[in-house]
Design a protein around this ligand. Structure first.
Ligand code: AMP
Length: 120
């Protein structure tokens, strides 16, 4: 029997499928990274697992901790390339703190960040 998903693909799945464009800065078999379309810092990259099975970092940590570790390792590689090795890593978790895409993703912020705030 064939079950078809009724869930719409997330914007990040569509980027993985090359259905919508993105400035891709890293890709391997399980992870893709690209520039945020509305950057909130001089360097603002998103590191995204290709699978859409995890909505947020809590689910990812419970379900595939190695993939979470790999995302952090990619964040460091990108920070080395784009931000002198320094970076801020943000996982918005929940609508009330600003999560808009429910396909887990890490924001890698770098460059000259404004002081005195943990947000962006
Ligand atoms: P969040 O608010 O944590 O769910 O982050 C979602 C992020 O995805 C936002 O910073 C958006 O600017 C970004 N975003 C949404 N659509 C695109 C897109 N097509 N290409 C790149 N970044 C996007």
């Amino acid at each position: 029997m064939c079950y078809m998903s009724t869930t719409e693909p997330t914007v990040f799945e569509r980027i993985v499928a090359r259905e919508i464009p993105a400035t891709i800065v890293y890709e391997d078999d399980r992870i893709i990274a690209f520039q945020d379309i509305v950057p909130k810092a001089p360097v603002h990259l998103l590191v995204v697992p290709k699978t859409s099975e995890f909505a947020n970092v809590t689910e990812l940590a419970a379900g595939d901790p190695q993939l979470l570790a790999d995302i952090v390792a990619v964040a460091q590689i990108l920070a080395d390339d784009h931000s002198g090795g320094n970076y801020r890593l943000i996982f918005n978790t929940g609508e009330r703190v600003g999560q808009t895409v429910f396909h887990v993703h890490a924001h890698v912020l770098g460059g000259a960040l404004s002081e005195g705030t943990l947000g962006f």
